[in-house]
Design a protein around this ligand. Structure first.
Ligand code: M6R
Length: 600
């Protein structure tokens, strides 16, 4: 969602800010802006639309060594130039960018700002106007900033400029991600290290409710009591090439192709010196001592959780419930006596999941986060973390993170099973190797999936994904992939459930994509395909080798049965990709969506 950048140093800040915002584009946004400050004052440039539009609006002749920038994903107020950040106080002395949601903005407006004429519909403008209100009462900017923060309820990452203090960027964060990057003679601010890798790989994490005074030579972190905190920087272990598309037309295609490599990397990373798969002992103890696991996640990560439940129950024999994060907060089930929570989140920043993490920690329960982003909020706040090692995932549509989540969940299940003295009658390292090879075969079959996309999805209004058992869960993920990037109404259904209502939607030519990879339900799903065909559907069956029939459109290589979701999802990823291309959709940045969903 919204992204923040800031730079203070000796170089012209405009290009650094714009490049930084380009690196944050993947998070999803609908408008963008920068404010740069020099001895003449603060110059604000903003535009609705893409960074490319902002670039053309920025005056090249304004030189300034200090600046802040923002990509906005609209929450309060429509996407427009007026609502785009940065926002300024009435006198234009103060300029601010904000990521997050101020829940009590309306109350603050009524209580403090009746006499201020607001220019935008945003909750953000309240913050900058409040700071100015206190400054006008004679309070210094830094103090006014802290006083304002103490009134805010909700989430925020903020960067603030004071036109009377060219030497400083004021920064604060609560619940929304924000980092300070360190350089020689300059310092930077960013929602994500990727944005500022162009100038530094040294970053300092900020804790909730801290404020930071950033000058070009110094970074002063203050806790909520105003005490100075010292914190060592960490090196962002990102290769600049990881975040480039290279020769690929889209990040999504690059990330689909990276999947075999990611699986091999995960196996390597989880292999101990004895060559066995291994997991931290504390995690294994937590897994073994709990009486029930609660998996909490959203979107694609939730779909990975559904498959993860099968892994853990079948291998480690621990009961698992899987919950949608945004629902869990309101409908908390009666918890077992010794629950263990597993949060699955590619970004580690999803606000819905974080909301659950905060409440279960208040109840004193243990949590494990499975994430792709080291140092992310969900990782920091959980008791344990397992990394995905998938490398940065930039496309909004999650692909390699999903298969990485499945691989890590399978390893967690297998190692826990062995730790509990249970017998595992297959070699997971070997089977994941076979999965990686099968993924390569599928990635090499792009033309066939492009053809399927053209034949079944070029003009359709809707599409159904059906499956039974584990194939049903992959169908849910396939449907999410297709709808989010091609805007085709797509739904995943359990094959046996069609006759209870959904089959009424089948018309002549309705595309129905069916997976048949599980021996135990092969006949059942083929029966369901016959039912929809009898009502005019256009079926596309993707089966696994050994189970294929003449009517199948594509046969995927054989892998160990429980691991099939790792490969059966790839046809769906590629079909969705090509369907979106045919429809001329913005594959990597689909409308209305954000990569990192940091509001509840
Ligand atoms: O970062 P997370 O895994 O917590 O994100 C959860 C969802 O927002 C995410 O999986 C979303 O559904 C993807 N865009 C799907 O491709």
């Amino acid at each position: 969602m919204c992204g923040i950048v800031g730079y203070i140093g000796s170089n012209d800040s405009k290009e650094i800010l714009l490049k930084g915002l380009e690196k944050l584009e993947y998070r999803g946004y609908d408008s963008a802006g920068i404010a740069v400050m020099n001895s003449e004052g603060v110059h604000v440039f903003k535009e609705k639309g893409r960074i490319a539009d902002l670039r053309t609006a920025v005056k090249p002749d304004v030189a300034a060594n200090t600046g802040i920038g923002h990509t906005r994903w609209a929450t309060h107020g429509v996407p427009s130039k007026l609502n785009a950040h940065p926002h300024q106080s009435s006198s234009a002395r103060l300029t601010l960018v904000h990521n997050g949601v101020i829940e009590n903005y309306d109350i603050l407006k009524r209580e403090y700002l009746q006499n201020v004429s607001l220019k935008s519909d945003t909750d953000t403008e309240i913050i900058v106007q409040l700071i100015e209100l206190f400054v006008n009462k004679g309070i210094a900017v830094e103090e006014a900033f802290r006083k304002t923060l103490s009134l805010l309820k909700g989430s925020y990452a903020i960067a603030l400029l004071d036109s009377q203090n060219e030497e400083t960027i004021f920064v604060a964060k609560n619940k929304s991600p924000l980092l300070v990057g360190l350089g020689e003679g300059f310092n930077v601010v960013a929602s994500d290290a990727m944005a500022m890798l162009q100038v530094t790989d040294q970053f300092v994490e900020l804790m909730d409710k801290e404020t930071v005074i950033v000058t070009k030579d110094k970074v002063t972190i203050l806790n909520p009591e105003g005490e100075e905190m010292s914190r060592d920087p960490y090196t962002a272990e990102l290769d600049a090439s990881d975040i480039e598309k290279g020769t690929y037309p889209h990040y999504m295609l690059k990330e689909i192709d990276e999947q075999p490599l990611v699986i091999r990397k995960i196996v390597q990373n989880y292999q101990g010196s004895d060559g066995e798969l291994t997991i931290d002992k504390d995690i294994l103890n937590a897994m073994s001592q709990c009486d029930r696991i609660y998996i909490i996640a959203a979107g694609t990560s939730y779909h990975a959780g559904l498959v993860g439940k099968q892994f853990i129950e079948k291998m480690a024999k621990i009961p698992v419930e899987v919950h949608i994060a945004s629902e869990f907060s309101y409908n908390m089930p009666i918890l077992s006596e010794k629950p263990l929570f597993i949060f699955i989140s590619q970004s580690g920043e999803t606000a819905d999941s974080r909301g659950v993490l905060v409440s279960i920690k208040e109840l004193g329960h243990q949590a494990l986060t499975i994430t792709n982003v080291p140092g992310s909020t969900l990782s920091r706040e959980a008791d344990f973390t397992l990394m995905l090692h998938a490398g940065p995932e930039i496309a909004v549509a999650s692909t390699k993170a999903y298969t990485a989540q499945l691989a890590v969940l399978s390893i967690l299940a297998e190692v826990t099973a062995r730790y509990r003295g249970l017998k595992i009658n297959f070699d997971l390292i070997q089977e994941l190797g076979i999965v990686a090879n099968a993924m390569e075969v599928l990635c090499d079959a792009k033309e066939e999936f492009e053809e399927i996309a053209r034949e079944f999805l070029a003009t359709t209004r809707n599409c159904f994904f059906i499956g039974r058992g584990i194939d049903f869960y992959v169908g849910l993920e396939g449907a999410l992939k297709l709808k989010e990037i091609s805007y085709i109404q797509a739904e995943g259904f359990a094959g046996g459930e069609l006759k209870h209502g959904t089959i009424a939607l089948i018309e002549n030519g309705t595309p129905v994509l069916a997976l048949a990879t599980q021996e135990s339900v092969n006949l059942g799903i083929r029966g369901n395909v016959k039912e929809v065909v009898a009502r005019g559907a256009n079926p596309c069956i993707i089966s696994m080798k050994g189970m294929e029939t003449d009517e199948d459109r594509f046969v995927i290589p054989e892998v160990y049965e429980i691991l099939t979701p790792l490969i059966s999802v790839i046809p769906y990823q590629l079909i969705s990709y090509y369907a979106a291309l045919h429809r001329e959709c913005d594959v990597d940045k689909p409308r209305n969506l954000a990569k990192s969903v940091t509001v509840e």
